[in-house]
Design a protein. Sequence first.
Length: 416
Amino acid sequence: MISWPAPFLPRIPGTGPTLHLYDTSAGQVRSLAPAGRVFTMYVCGITPYDATHLGHAATYVTFDVIQRAIRDAGHAVRYVQNVTDVDDPLFERADRDGVDFRDLARWEIDLFREDMTALAVLPPDEYVGVEESVPMIAGKVLELLEAGLAYRLPIPGADGTDIYLDLASEPTFGKVSGWSREEMMAVYADRGGDPDRPGKRDAFDPLLWRGARAGEPAWDGGPLGPGRPGWHIECTAITLEHLGIPFDLNGGGSDLVFPHHEMSATQAFGLHGDVTFARHYAHQAMVGYHGAKMSKSKGNLVFVSALRRDGVDPMVIRATLLDHHYRTDWEYTDADLERATARLDRWRAALSGNAAAAAEPLVATIRERVCDDLDTPGALAAVDDWAQESLAGKGTDPTAAGVVARTLDALLGIRL
Ligand code: 5CA
Ligand code: ZN
């Protein structure tokens, strides 16, 4: 499917350093550069049954800053993102509202595109829906079945079968999260797993193909029978098809570490025989609101589109997100927006003076802060210092403002 328009990426003097980023799988900060000619990244996309909230926006802005840092270091980037437009929550919401699930998905994807455009997020090179990929994904499930790595289970009370991956045949299971089985079990059912399904060989075996049920949308699965893909196999298959493995960076919110990214990698081993799926895993911490993780199922949401409708400058939203380190959970309050609004006002004032403090040290500090595990709050604080100095009349450089404005745009995605 089409993604959204790419914002202009201004050129700035020099080249940035190598990005250092925490790798969830290694449990430490590691340098991140393309293993091949082009940096390859896959970030898990939305399930389009509701509008983009600040938690989603935090995730996509974080990976946007990563992409900008990789480009600033002189590398080309190839970026793939999926859309989970075939899944239970989408069908349930569509049923509740009496609309076709395809219409609901189309509206929400359109809104997401608008939000991403307003937030100046660089679009993926390939934006891939599940519905348009069902035959390809079904082909991968069939491969696993024919290789003896998956098994069928009868659907209780109906014809047909579901298909599960046999984790006993997957030696890499557990390597992405590094979690114990107890830690996995504590979240598995909440995150879409079905540990108690009778007949499963292992409680964690992931669903690869859900056979058709009455009242549920289903697609032709050829030898698999009618049905639809499970959640994790969609990201494995789309990655294999559109990016290839191993690839440089797999990302999403921290709620995807287990089971989603664990299973995505495990299934790829079964299909490709390569022990490495992604070379590096990064995860955005959870953004909360009113005491809980912002989530569509809980309904405690602050929508990007609602803020925009209320007249909030999308750059204020972006600056709010960047003022929180990506690895720290945080809770949104209205004070966040007020702080960011005042901050961008000061920056604009400093940028519109006749002379400002020198740009080069600030450009170097922003690069250094961003490349130190994405210390975006530190980068914003450095801009504050520069603005304060400039507004105090200490700067004498008439060209600095232009360089600083282009740097804020290129590295942080903040257009003023
Ligand atoms: N379609 C799947 C991924 S394949 C999915 O998780 N969709 S989602 O709509 O629920 O979330 C979209 C992205 O936002 C995911 O990367 C998810 O990890 C991230 N996300 C969801 N809620 C939050 C939150 N409260 N804070 C930060 N990131 C979040
Ligand atoms: Zn995914």
